[in-house]
Design a protein around this ligand. Sequence first.
Ligand SMILES: *Cc1c(COP(=O)(O)O)cnc(C)c1O
Length: 350
Amino acid sequence: MSSPALRAPSARSGFDALSVYDDAAQRCAIDLSDNTNLWGMPPSALRALHDFKYDKVTRYPSAYTSELKESLARYTGAEPSMIVTGCGSDDVLDSAIRAFGNPGGALACCDPTFSMIPVLARLNGLTVTLSSFSPDGGLPVESLLASNAEIIYICSPNNPTGRSASREEIETIARSFDGLVIVDHAYAEYAEDSLMYLTGTFRNVLVTRTFSKAFGMAGLRVGYAVGNTSLIAEVEKSRGPYKVGALGSVAAIAALENDTSWIRDVVSETIVNRNKLIRRLESFGYSPLPSDANFVLVPVTDSASIVTRAASDNVGIRGFRNLSGIGDAVRITVGPWSMMEQILEIMGQK
Ligand SMILES: *Cc1c(COP(=O)(O)O)cnc(C)c1O
């Protein structure tokens, strides 16, 4: 028998069912797999990175990003005490689930939704109850409320379907539920309706947002959430200090202070290209889902073969197998039209 010290310890219960994230599509020259901003990053943020004095990195950054919160307060209209930041919004979501979900409790969400959510819930010892969307695509309000969960997660616009939830649906949930309601607004800049007002109305709603999508800084890992001050204080404890690096803070502040109109222009172009992409896909006989975000979900018969065909042309897209109520599908990030022509050529070879 080997000595005990040579045996690998077991990870926490439930960990054997989890795996690490697969980022294969990102290795393609054109990456339409992650819904990032394919026009690049705001010019002022890029300048701020160039001008950064690197000898500053011997010191820790601000523990809770007080300066970034000031800029975010101006951008969102919320008080700085209503804002928590993190290492991407994944980190904020993780911290919120840890702060409000007791191990052994449940998190309720729609199916399909953001793939990280069941993972983050299980990592924090929660179980996940899934509710399918209504046949008309609406939120399954009754079923989410009946799930006896401690946390309800709503993604609007929803990844991967692209559809927004209505104000009425979310308000009904927030009003009837005692636990934490997370509204993931990662695609807020693209959406027709802003859900930020919910944080002023409901003490149990946390709206999460990110610099990874419209703001073009996925590599810098900066996300945030807005909510009632007492709710934010708990998420901040759970998050811990120093989650946003100095470079991420500097770039995010520069973009918020100087380039919101740059973002608006890119978003407008994205929406034009998205609608054109949907029409072209329809002309090929596909039935892409309507989208309120910078991506389009296209039901297909065999997602793996299309993903492989795209990858052989160095184009990364995200394939889904057998999504609830949809079946196989591919998700395409909307970018400059030259990139859309490449994926259309691949989608056209049926
Ligand atoms: C991309 C995405 C995120 C964000 O991630 P970051 O950790 O901020 O990069 C969060 N929620 C949804 C629904 C997303 O699609």
